[in-house]
Each structure stands twice: as structure tokens, then as C-alpha cells.
Design a protein around this ligand. Structure first.
Ligand SMILES: NC(=O)c1ccc[n+]([C@@H]2O[C@H](COP(=O)([O-])OP(=O)(O)OC[C@H]3O[C@@H](n4cnc5c(N)ncnc54)[C@H](O)[C@@H]3O)[C@@H](O)[C@H]2O)c1
Ligand SMILES: [Zn+2]
Ligand SMILES: [Zn+2]
Length: 393
């Protein structure tokens, strides 16, 4: 089959790889009909390269049709239409009972101290072949699937794999009070969708980014926006001015570790990415080389006693944090990978023909899988108005 594979820093290719087979009785094989590129894939493209092996199949936002199931997967049958969550979880352990599916104890990658295994997401998350391919082996398939009805186009449902639950959890964890205000830092797919969901819940939304078309998309849906390229120095003051001098009740950080605006860690990340794995991995994992600008902004911007919800991915372990400010402002902090299936029942009713969240027009680019290498490059450079790529294998 054809699959998108990682070969090195900024080197993604489409290769012929063996078709996946059932390996465990809890596996299923799906024929992928739609698969997306995610902002998280860009971390692998560049700064997390030290944790990838050449030839690894990328991708964690796939949906398709069940081809084959292992003998213990009794609740799926060939022909079923399914979206596959980006995390692999058993549905039947201590953590899954708590609906903390990203912490599943059956699939945790203990060797690296990581939570649940993820599709296409490096050694840190189990080196599981990903979904940017014609076929996908789904481990723990008895739970790692979302059945969706036949009829509507794939783009109605495919974002259930990641964007929708991630944005939903970001908004939930932000604990926006009724009639309150949330600032959303970063208006890529996650921040954009989180803004839509918060607006749908009736919140006032202030979106921040520095890419004109991303600001425009969110403004068109009813958010106020602040262009970071004009307010890099005084972002906190500008947002406080918009919120009675206090700052918003909640801030969602939808940027993560590759934030614009902190040059020194950028150099460290680049070095870690170029070093041989033995040196690069500890540097990336332990030395703490995140670009924390967005998180620092969140701490500055949020009102006293307010909540910061981190959905952007961070990877370092030794980054300095302004504990004095965090403590003194009595900031509430919640974070983590989205527990996908935790939110599906809340989201599905919004994916009807009315399409209140605008999922069917969410993608900016629809391409065949064969064009993935160019798409990664364009997406990373934020050229050509690229916000979301949807691919057909
Ligand atoms: N928690 C989860 O489960 C989960 C799931 C998916 C993605 N993510 C993470 O969420 C983050 C966003 O994902 P995405 O797909 O929207 O990525 P993206 O890279 O498309 O979007 C990030 C946006 O942040 C903007 N930005 C950069 N620096 C900024 C700053 N200092 N202040 C404000 N905006 C800034 C960029 O211009 C860009 O538009 C990534 O870190 C991604 O890895 C987390
Ligand atoms: Zn994703
Ligand atoms: Zn589990």
C-alpha cells in the first residue's frame, strides 16, 4: 500500500509499504477513506525528529471502512464506517473507567514513561504505524473506534479523530463561566475549532495569532481578534484593555512548543533535532527546550483566579516557570491530550445537517495522499492559506 513515511527532519515521502495484517485478536484493519495532516505532525517533521525511525508511517486522523476484524472484536464488522481516535485505548482499565483514555493502562508506553499509545507518533508513543496510508491496523479495535452513520460526506465526521475532541476538551478544561470571556492563543485548526465551540456555548472569544487568514476565519465566525504581529510586546495590556483591565476568565493555549517569539530555545530544538539520537533524545526530553512564549502569554493574560487550558503540546522537562505569578494570581491549570471518546456523545449531535461548527468547510486543502510531501512543507510554512489538509489515499 501507499503510506506517508518519515525519513528525517523535513523529509516526508510517500512509500510503498507492506499492507497491515491482523496481529492480535483485538485488532481490526480499516481501509482509509480520509486522513488529515495535523499541527502535531509538524512537531515530528521538525523538533521531535530524534524520536522517529526512518520509514515510520505518519498520521493519526483517519477514518474509513472496516475490512477485517480479529476474533475478539465482536462489536465491529466488515463494512462498518468508523472514525479512529488518535489514541489507542482498551476501554476497560482503571484509567479508561475514569474516561482518561489518553492514560490507558493497557497501552501506556511505559518504556518511555508515556501515556496511551498513539497512532503515527514516534517511539515516545509506541511507534504504532499511522493513518496517512491506504490501510490502518487498529489495535484495541473493540474500543478504539467511533461508529458513524452512512450518508454524509467523510468531512462531516473525520475531525472526531482529533480536532473536535481536542478543541472540545480545551473548552471544557477552560471552565469559562456563564457569559464569560476566553482568550484563545493560536488559531490553527485546534484554536479555530475551540473558538467555534466556545462561541457556540455563548462565550465571548478573543482569538490571537499572527497569520492573517487564520485571524480572519475566526473573526468571520464572531470572535474578536488580536494580531500578535502588531502586539508582540503589549499583548497582555491589549487584552486587559478589552476585559475591564482584568484579563479574560480563561485562556486556551492552542499553540504548544513551537511558538513564535522565543529565539533561544528554537536554537536548542534545532540542535536537538540535528544531533544523533543518543544525544538528541535526552536533550529534547530532559533539557527542556520548549518555546514557552504562548504559555507565558497565557499566564500573563489570564485574570486572577482564572483558568488556563493547555491543549498545545509541550515536551520539555526543565523549562523555567514563573511560579511566583502562577501562585500569586491563583491560576487554575488543566492540560493534556484529548480523551477522544470522552467527548464524542457531546459532539455528535452538532454534526447534523445544520453543521453549526462548520466542519464541512473546515478544510482549506483537499489533496490525494501522493501530494503529502509538498503539503507538509506548505503547511509548516503556513503558505497558500493552509490551515487544514484532508487527504484521500
Ligand atoms: N492536546 C491534544 O490532544 C492535541 C491534539 C491535537 C493537537 N494538539 C496541539 O495543539 C497545538 C495546535 O495544533 P494545530 O493543529 O492548531 O497547530 P498549528 O501549528 O496549525 O497552529 C498553531 C498556531 O499558533 C500560532 N502561534 C504561534 N506562536 C504563537 C504565539 N506566541 N501566540 C499566539 N499564536 C501563536 C501559529 O501562527 C499557528 O496558527 C499543537 O501544539 C498541537 O500539537 C494537541
Ligand atoms: Zn491531530
Ligand atoms: Zn484502558
Amino acid at each position: 500500500m501507499h503510506a506517508v513515511t518519515w525519513h528525517g527532519k523535513r523529509d516526508v515521502r510517500v512509500d510503498d509499504v507492506p499492507d497491515p495484517k491482523i496481529e492480535q485478536p483485538t485488532d481490526a484493519i480499516i481501509r482509509v477513506t480520509t486522513t488529515n495532516i495535523c499541527g502535531s505532525d509538524l512537531h515530528l517533521y521538525e523538533v521531535l525528529g530524534a524520536f522517529m525511525n526512518p520509514g515510520d508511517v505518519l498520521g493519526h486522523e483517519a477514518m474509513g471502512i472496516v475490512e477485517e476484524v480479529g476474533r475478539e472484536v465482536t462489536n465491529l464488522a466488515p463494512g462498518d464506517r468508523v472514525v479512529i481516535p488518535f489514541q489507542i485505548s482498551c476501554g476497560d482499565c482503571f484509567m479508561c473507567d475514569l474516561k482518561l483514555y489518553t492514560q490507558c493502562e493497557t497501552t501506556q508506553v511505559r518504556e518511555h514513561g508515556s501515556g496511551a499509545a498513539l497512532f503515527g507518533y514516534s517511539k515516545l508513543y509506541g511507534s504504532v504505524p499511522g493513518g496517512q496510508a491506504q490501510y490502518l491496523r487498529v489495535p484495541q479495535a473493540q474500543f478504539t473506534h467511533i461508529k458513524v452513520p452512512d450518508g454524509p460526506p467523510d468531512e462531516r465526521f473525520v475531525y472526531l479523530s482529533d480536532v473536535l475532541p481536542t478543541a472540545w476538551q480545551a473548552v471544557e478544561y477552560a471552565s469559562i463561566p456563564d457569559g464569560g470571556t476566553v482568550a484563545v492563543l493560536g488559531l490553527g485548526p485546534i484554536g479555530d475549532m475551540a473558538s467555534r465551540i466556545a462561541l457556540h456555548h455563548g462565550a465571548r472569544v478573543i482569538g490571537v495569532d499572527l497569520v492573517p487568514e487564520r485571524l480572519a476565519r475566526v473573526r468571520d465566525r464572531g470572535a474578536e481578534v488580536v494580531d500578535l504581529s502588531e502586539h508582540e510586546k503589549d499583548l497582555g495590556d491589549v487584552i486587559r484593555d478589552m476585559t475591564d483591565g482584568r484579563g479574560p476568565d480563561s485562556v486556551i493555549d492552542a499553540v504548544g512548543m513551537e511558538a513564535h517569539g522565543s529565539p533561544v530555545p528554537k536554537l536548542a530544538q534545532t540542535l536537538a533535532g540535528l544531533l544523533p539520537d543518543k544525544i538528541g533524545q535526552p536533550l529534547m526530553g530532559k533539557a527542556g527546550v520548549d518555546r514557552l512564549t504562548a504559555f507565558y502569554s497565557a499566564i500573563d493574560v489570564v485574570r486572577r483566579g482564572g483558568t488556563i487550558s493547555l491543549s498545545g503540546v509541550y515536551g520539555g522537562e526543565a523549562d523555567p516557570l514563573p511560579m511566583l505569578t502562577l501562585f500569586d494570581k491563583q491560576i487554575q491549570l488543566r492540560m493534556g491530550q484529548a480523551n477522544v471518546k470522552r467527548w464524542v456523545d457531546d459532539i455528535l449531535p452538532l454534526l447534523d445537517d445544520e453543521d453549526v461548527l462548520g466542519v464541512e468547510n473546515f478544510a482549506t486543502h483537499r489533496i490525494p495522499l501522493s501530494e503529502a510531501p509538498d503539503a507538509y512543507e506548505t503547511f509548516q510554512k503556513k503558505q497558500d492559506g493552509a490551515i487544514k489538509y484532508v487527504m484521500t489515499p
